[in-house]
Design a protein around this ligand. Structure first.
Ligand code: FUB
Length: 299
């Protein structure tokens, strides 16, 4: 058995975290019925492994550790998310959710817990990012958060070709300055993932343009860019993951020991589809000059 690593439920929009020798994958759950052509997503699940690989047996399923119910102001759509450890050692789960009172537009909320697996509570009591945030994205989804060596914390997010970035305060729950449009993320569509390696900042993101990326206008690949700082400006480096079998594509990247992995989703599970996606994991390799080799999708 290999990819996808979860087949008893449909899972999408993976986010990774490594803490004390344990790798975590946090995912949304696709609950669309067979043939239903829309996202039905209400909760986020967690999986952990002390020896990550594409063997499903390597992963323990911890169930739904966060749901829309945690956010009293959220209406629907438990979309893409990321969990990061804050300066206070606690775990902050940044999520994309619909509001109840803003015509259903997506927002970014934050939950907090003392352990990666929770229990989580709403850290703010309202959205951190919404349409009311000056200069926000056309669609405020897909948060990724990273703290650099200087302790500066950056939140990136966005969709519909509108990446956005802002510094966060150490509290992880308040903006530190204005929202800006990061330069150089060529072909950005959505799903940014920010990380650092050997002092270089990397941004992987879903793109749906370019002949090196798509063979059908509704499909997406994963591009990446590098920068000297998590604030950019970014230099586009090319495609790191080609099209997958689902129309959406969504990367998470983690280092575990001396190995690197990309986690993403496909429509490859039995009964799968664009709204019944499944998480897959493959190894990621870097060239000596720091560029990334294209990920080989293993079945
Ligand atoms: O799963 C819902 C949305 O589809 C995510 O927020 C996007 O990244 C795309 O995967």
């Amino acid at each position: 058995m290999a990819n996808p690593i979860v087949t008893d439920i449909y899972t999408a929009d993976p986010a990774t975290l490594v803490v004390d020798g344990t790798a975590y994958i946090f995912t949304g759950r696709d609950e669309a019925a067979s043939g239903q052509q829309q996202f039905v997503m209400r909760e986020w699940h967690a999986f952990s492994s002390r020896s990550p690989s594409n063997d499903p047996a390597a992963w323990q399923h911890h169930g739904a550790v966060l749901s829309l119910n945690t956010f009293a102001w959220a209406g629907a759509n438990a979309w893409a998310s990321e969990v990061v450890q804050g300066p206070d050692g606690r775990f902050y789960w940044f999520v994309s959710v619909d509001g109840r009172t803003d015509n259903g537009w997506m927002n970014i909320g934050v939950a907090v817990a003392d352990h990666p697996l929770g229990p989580y509570r709403d850290a703010i009591g309202g959205p951190l990012i919404s349409d009311a945030t000056p200069n926000s994205s056309a669609l405020n989804i897909d948060p990724t958060v990273f703290s650099d060596d200087d302790g500066e914390i950056y939140l990136y997010w966005g969709s519909y070709w509108e990446p956005r970035a802002v510094r966060l305060r150490d509290s992880m729950t308040a903006l530190d300055g204005g929202v800006f449009e990061p330069a150089g993320l060529t072909g950005f569509w959505e799903a940014p993932w920010l990380f650092e390696r050997n002092g270089v900042s990397y941004m992987a993101y879903a793109s749906n343009s370019g002949t090196d990326c798509v063979t059908s206008s509704s499909y997406a690949c994963i591009r990446y860019a590098t920068a000297n700082s998590p604030a950019g400006p970014w230099t586009h480096r090319g495609v790191v993951l080609g099209q997958v079998s689902s129309t959406t594509n969504h990367p998470a990247i983690m280092q575990f020991g001396d190995q690197w992995f990309m986690v993403y989703h496909t429509a490859d599970a039995p009964g799968g589809g664009n709204f019944r996606r499944s998480v897959a994991i493959d190894q990621l390799f870097f060239n000596t000059d720091g560029t990334m080799r294209k990920v080989v999708q293993t079945p």
